[in-house]
Design a protein around this ligand. Structure first.
Ligand code: GMT
Length: 382
């Protein structure tokens, strides 16, 4: 029986690249380590937010041995082997996997290998979004995803909407606990970077911003469309933060629009909070979005959100209070909402304050204990 304050040895498996699930997994691990738990990241490269030395944090790189026979190197097999190795040597109490594909089935396999050696390795699967709403439900993955979810020791989802989608799309009989994404308010808050504002918008223009991994699901065409409409009424600039498959297409469209002087691509910024702090409106017109961590980060820096009303976004962005919601693709309405905010300074100020206040509901200090309690429950049960 694990006592309430006992320190745990936790393995975390995630995607180490830029992307919400990797960010959440890494920030969670760092916060757990700060509370004295021992945290082991097991993944194919150093997670992007794991840039500094931290006591109690360990990183185990998975390397995949290649062989001419392999058209596709078997990452899952290498990850499973590494997981078993780390779990045995470091005496892990449990493994927390982020993003179901392929991490949940990998954890299941590792658990079975451990069991065959008389050892326990419970695992928790956190569903993040596209593992359920886009990729996971494809028939090439769905039987494995369903099985692995049902055989996890516990399952969490980052929003109520994602929980509902999981039950709708898969034959899942496992209880899913909603533990929302979180934010470190010490890092994400309004910073005074007026010199940035002057450099970006020298004539006092308003600043609109979008940040993502530039995948089609983000509908960046809609971002441009909204901006096109806004700039007709309000002198403004658009910042595009991030990178990904849609970037060059969007860059071309900006040139065709002859709007390059008003649109700036900032790439994968590390200190995104410094730029968010000088922005007036965040645009998130996604096709589907289980939560919208990027919007939450913006809100914490006092940036109201103009978004689609899809998935879990309404659980983060409150219509008429922290920003506005519109149906996916309705860029007319989204532009109208943006103008409504930007044209009235006192209204904009009120929404900025509301956005920041609401973001405090997702303070990591509130969410972390929910994970710790779940870990203890799972360890004590299995
Ligand atoms: O948005 C992406 O394409 C990345 C993806 C991920 O797994 O890294 O993000 C998903 O997980 C984030 C963290 O839980 C959520 O904030 C995003 O809303 C979700 N993305 C989608 O559902 C499209």
């Amino acid at each position: 029986m694990l006592m309430e304050n006992a320190q745990m040895r936790i393995g975390i498996v995630c995607y180490p690249t830029f992307g919400g699930s990797g960010v959440i997994a890494t920030e969670l691990g760092k916060a757990l380590a700060e509370k004295g738990h021992q945290v082991h990241f097991i993944t194919y490269s150093q997670p992007v937010r794991l840039e500094h030395f931290a006591e109690n944090v360990y990183f185990h790189e998975v390397s995949v041995a290649d062989y001419p026979l392999f058209e596709f190197a078997p990452y899952e097999t290498a990850l499973t082997s590494k997981l078993v190795d780390v779990a045995r040597f470091e005496k892990l109490d449990l493994v927390h996997v982020h993003y179901a594909i392929p991490h949940a089935s990998v954890a299941y396999m590792a658990q079975k290998i451990m069991e065959s050696q008389g050892l326990r390795l419970p695992f928790i699967t956190t569903l993040h979004g596209t593992d359920i709403t886009l990729v996971g439900k494809d028939e090439s993955y769905s039987p494995v995803v369903t099985f692995a979810i049902n055989h996890s020791n516990a399952v969490t989802s980052v929003s109520k909407s994602l929980k509902d989608d999981t039950y709708k799309n898969f034959s899942v009989n496992k209880e899913i606990e909603v533990i929302p994404n979180f934010i470190d308010l010490k890092r994400f808050n309004k910073q005074h970077k007026d010199h940035f504002r002057r450099a970006i918008a020298p004539s006092g223009e308003k600043i609109l911003v979008h940040a993502s991994n530039f995948r089609p699901v983000k509908r960046i065409d809609d971002v441009l469309d909204i901006f096109k409409r806004v700039i007709r009424k309000i002198p403004s600039k658009l910042l595009l933060i991030g990178d990904g498959p849609e970037r060059s297409k969007i860059e071309k469209e900006c040139r065709e629009l002859q709007a390059c002087e008003h649109i700036r691509f900032l790439g994968k910024l590390d200190a995104i909070e410094e730029i968010l702090s000088v922005c007036d409106v965040f645009l998130l017109p996604s096709e589907t979005e289980s939560f919208g961590l990027a919007a939450l980060e913006a809100m914490a820096c006092q940036v109201p959100v103009i978004s689609s009303d899809t998935g879990g976004i309404p659980e983060v962005n409150i219509h008429g209070h922290t920003g506005f919601l519109s149906p996916v693709g309705n860029t007319d309405k989204m532009a109208e909402h943006a103008i409504h905010l930007l044209e009235d300074e006192s209204r904009l100020e009120k929404f900025k304050k509301n956005a920041q206040a609401h973001s405090a509901n997702f303070d990591i200090r509130k969410i972390l204990p929910l994970y710790e309690n779940l870990y203890r429950k799972v360890i004590n049960e299995s």
